[in-house]
Design a protein around this ligand. Structure first.
Ligand SMILES: Nc1ncnc2c1ncn2[C@@H]1O[C@H](COP(=O)(O)OP(=O)(O)OP(=O)(O)O)[C@@H](O)[C@H]1O
Length: 348
């Protein structure tokens, strides 16, 4: 089991509030990702779940038991950090078994667990090496192995891949997802990288300034962001935003294109760069002047500016014949629009 519930969690450091009241349940077996910009409180939240920090107010439950005042060691959780924190003077095998040697576990059982983890992570041939003789990816595997051998109720991972280069990060991400599929143990994973969050998570918790902005599946966040912050944070390149005024259920985009929108008064209309395509010559269109073209082969990223100066980014498939300085005329499916009110909340 490994259900984790946070109720009314607040945290202040020296009188400054950094977590403003968080209620959240992570189901048993779920892979939840905390994502948000630097300083939003992801690590602080994880450290409180781990028992390394105390909440100022609120309670933390694991499988229905209040553990708010329980020590880190007694919570049955395993934490993996960005800095692998391996013991440099010990071999890989010793690093893996060390945490179990202080328990009453028989030696044979320890060896069996360490071998299981070693096989799972494909590091059996590295067992006699010391951390300095390992690559960054191998070290991170050992750090994860050290968490696995403890057979924890849940894994808490704080930016575990951020020391690795982009390619290795991608393959380790896939390995972690595979590991979670096999172990089916609750995992909470902290990252500021929304692509990492999108590819790994069952559930994403988007944080900003110590507040939860939205909790949803990756596609739930992508398809129906509840506010401007989530809309702008999830998805790459970022969503395009146009300020407009809704009158009688209609608003005008740059170029004079009228679209149906819910509500009245000032609105922000969002369209993802991938949802735009070139308009037919005579059709009404969203228009802008092309500033920069990035030809990536399979797709072309066009940076343009509307007449009022609003920047927009368009991802077109293939290699359309476009030039900087030209006007680009764009169309989209009306369902692709995201409309937000003056308070930044989604309107439909
Ligand atoms: N021990 C501490 N004392 C004082 N302030 C702290 C302490 N730990 C964290 N903070 C503050 O709390 C806020 C949240 O920090 P936290 O490390 O949780 O953010 P984060 O989302 O994990 O950021 P990052 O992605 O940069 O690691 C920040 O403003 C930080 O300066």
């Amino acid at each position: 089991m490994g259900q984790i519930t946070l109720r009314g969690i607040r945290k202040s450091f020296s009188g400054v509030d950094v977590i403003h009241g968080i209620d959240l349940t992570i189901a048993d077996g779920e892979l939840a990702v905390f994502v948000g910009p630097s300083g939003c409180g992801k690590s602080t939240l994880l450290r409180m779940i781990a028992g390394l920090d105390r909440p100022t107010t609120g309670t933390i439950e694991i499988d229905g038991q209040d553990v708010t005042r329980t020590s880190a060691a007694e919570r049955g959780l395993a934490m993996v950090f960005q800095s692998y924190a391996l013991y440099p003077h010990m071999t890989v095998r010793q690093n893996l078994s060390f945490g179990l040697e202080n328990t009453r576990m028989p030696k044979n059982d320890i060896t069996a667990r360490v071998d299981d983890a070693g096989r799972m992570l494909e590091i059996m041939d590295l067992m006699d090496r010391r951390p300095t003789q390992l690559s960054g990816g191998q070290r991170q595997r050992v750090a994860i192995g050290r968490a696995i051998v403890r057979n924890p109720t849940a894994f808490l991972l704080d930016e575990p891949l951020s020391n690795l280069d982009a390619e290795l990060r991608g393959s380790m991400r896939a390995e972690l997802a595979g590991l979670h599929d096999r172990l089916k143990t609750t995992m909470i994973y902290v990252t500021h990288d929304q692509i990492e969050a999108m590819t790994l998570a069952d559930k994403i918790v988007v944080l900003r300034k110590g507040v939860i902005e939205q909790v949803d599946t990756p596609l739930g966040l992508y398809n129906r962001p509840q506010n401007l912050f989530v809309a702008g944070f999830i998805g790459a390149p970022n969503m395009n935003f146009f300020n407009a005024v809704a009158v009688d259920g209609q608003a005008e985009l740059p170029g004079g294109l009228r679209v149906a929108v819910p509500g009245n008064g000032p609105v922000t209309i969002g369209i993802r760069p991938q949802m735009l395509h070139l308009a037919d010559p005579d059709a009404p269109a969203l228009t802008g002047t092309i500033r920069l073209i990035e030809a990536l082969g399979a797709e072309t990223v066009v940076h343009a500016a509307a007449a009022d100066g609003t920047a927009m980014v368009v991802v077109l498939s293939g290699q359309p014949a476009l030039r900087t300085g030209e006007t680009i005329r764009l169309a989209f499916d009306p369902d692709a629009l995201h409309v937000f009110g003056a308070d930044g909340q989604r309107l439909d």
